[in-house]
Design a protein around this ligand. Structure first.
Ligand code: UDX
Length: 447
């Protein structure tokens, strides 16, 4: 099949590469000329495991093409995926200007039947808006070419996007057209071979499914963070509680890891956008608001714990930070807890010595060369001469630590662990104070 994908960000590039990889002919189109030029020369603008070889291979073998030419892009595919950004606007609603601009472009250049597919996360009702825009442009052109609009939300995790695309649990398609069902079946057949993963539903149900999935997962995390905060105050270890509740199949072990708050490009944005949508239709989303409020507070706990360890005065302290990305295996710093921590530390007159395996260039892009921020090439170097260590992201390479060595390097024996990575007994046995999340006993001496 010939497929066009608008947008070469995470979602667009992964979709384009994965569809090309199973034999479709894919044209990726973006308005950013430098990005498209780079892609033509094999430069991948984002870090995503497995993506680079997949893009290079399919490009070389002639199944994956890149262009900035709208007319060429629209003419190419019977399927037109819209995978451009939907950034939050000032009030947290999803900004649809890029999605609707693509709809206009498709209307301007199409000359036969098209299926227009909303892949970006868009508020319920967007497919109708896309349909109205395309129909309006066609009317201006004096034609009534046939087209359909459907919703096909993605459920890709950063760092595992290729795997999530190729081995997805389900492929949700919202449509009321049999023709679309057939074409989407054909498009996804290579990824739906062993069992039928396609789930057809109404357009609005598909649009809401995406938000509901992310909001549910975010709710689990905020719930668990609240239990962790309670556990700390009640003298319980939340890690034992996590296992205790996760063993109930009705609850499950996934997404109940307490931590320093969820970040990334999806959860914060989608929870907010769904809450905004709720208000727009006259419903007060009390739970969604609480999920967000708990998360915002949770991003402060690392700073609060440090502050507690240094009796409320962090002036002149140097804090080592391990991990800056919002989660491992990505360089993405969007809504990362590390940012809240570093900004609070700077406000309090402290300095940061940080290491991250992938996100240091992104940190420089965001903060520039600034006072109070030193980026180092090795985790051990971050600790040299620091007053305390904070772990913000659970990268694999931070799992094994020689705590005796760590104690000898830190000016003060303070380890703040935002991801509950370590065994409190081992940390304390080395003479370190261990401030973890929801582990009340982590500061008590070893028995
Ligand atoms: C998420 C969804 O998982 C994905 O389906 C959707 O398409 C986009 O949003 P992503 O943002 O890439 O994906 O990351 P994910 O691995 O889900 O983690 C999100 C955040 O939640 C991270 O900050 C992570 O640290 C945090 N998290 C996750 C927890 O704090 N505890 C958990 O138990 C799980």
């Amino acid at each position: 099949m010939n497929v066009t994908v608008f947008g070469t960000g995470y979602v667009g590039l992964v979709t384009g590469a994965c569809l090309a990889d199973v034999g479709h002919n894919v044209m990726c189109i973006d308005i950013d000329e430098a990005k498209i030029e780079g892609l033509k020369q094999g430069r991948i603008p984002i870090y995503e495991p497995g993506l680079e070889p997949m893009v290079l291979r399919n490009h070389e073998e002639g199944r994956l093409h890149f262009t900035t030419d709208a007319a060429e892009g629209v003419k190419f595919g019977a399927l037109q995926f819209i995978a451009v950004g939907t950034p939050p606007d000032e009030d947290g609603s999803a900004d649809l200007q890029y999605v609707l601009a693509v709809a206009r472009t498709i209307g301007e250049h199409m000359d036969d039947y098209k299926v227009i597919i909303d892949k970006s996360t868009v508020p319920v009702g967007t497919a109708d808006k896309v349909r109205t825009v395309v129909a309006g442009v066609l009317a201006e052109r004096g034609t009534d070419l046939p087209f359909d609009v459907c919703s096909n939300p993605e459920f890709l995790k950063e760092g595992a996007a290729i795997e999530d695309f190729t081995k997805s649990a389900r492929i949700v398609v919202g449509t009321d057209s049999e023709r679309v069902r057939e074409l989407m079946r054909e498009c996804y057949a290579p990824y739906s071979r062993n069992h039928d993963k396609l789930m057809f539903m109404d357009v609005r149900a598909a649009e809401l499914t995406k938000y509901a999935a992310n909001a549910m997962l975010a709710t689990k995390i905020s719930f668990m963070n609240e239990i962790a905060n309670l556990a700390e105050r009640l003298g319980a270890d939340v890690e034992q509680v996590r296992l205790g509740i996760g063993s109930d199949p009705r609850i499950g072990y996934h997404f109940i890891y307490p931590g320093c708050g969820y970040g990334g490009s999806c959860f914060p944005k989608d929870v907010q956008a769904l809450a905004r949508t709720a208000v727009q239709v006259g419903y007060e989303p009390e739970l969604l608001n609480a999920v967000e409020a708990v998360n915002n507070r949770q991003k402060q706990v690392l700073f609060d714990k440090l502050s507690q360890a240094f009796d409320g005065d962090l002036t002149g302290r140097t804090i080592a930070v391990w991990g800056l990305s919002f989660k491992p295996n990505t360089d993405d710093m969007r809504a990362a807890p590390s940012r809240v921590l570093m900004e609070s530390l700077w406000d309090a007159g402290a300095r940061v010595r940080a290491f991250d395996p992938e996100a240091m260039h992104e940190t420089i892009r965001i903060y520039g060369e600034r006072d109070g921020l030193t980026l180092v090439e090795h985790p051990n170097e971050a600790v040299e001469g620091a007053d305390a260590l904070v772990v913000c992201t659970e990268w694999k390479q931070f799992r094994t630590v020689d705590f005796t060595w760590l104690k000898s390097k830190l000016k003060h024996p303070v380890l703040v662990d935002g991801r509950n990575m370590y065994d409190p007994r081992q940390v304390k046995a080395a003479g370190l104070m261990y401030y973890a999340i929801g582990r009340a006993d982590s500061l008590k001496p070893v028995m």
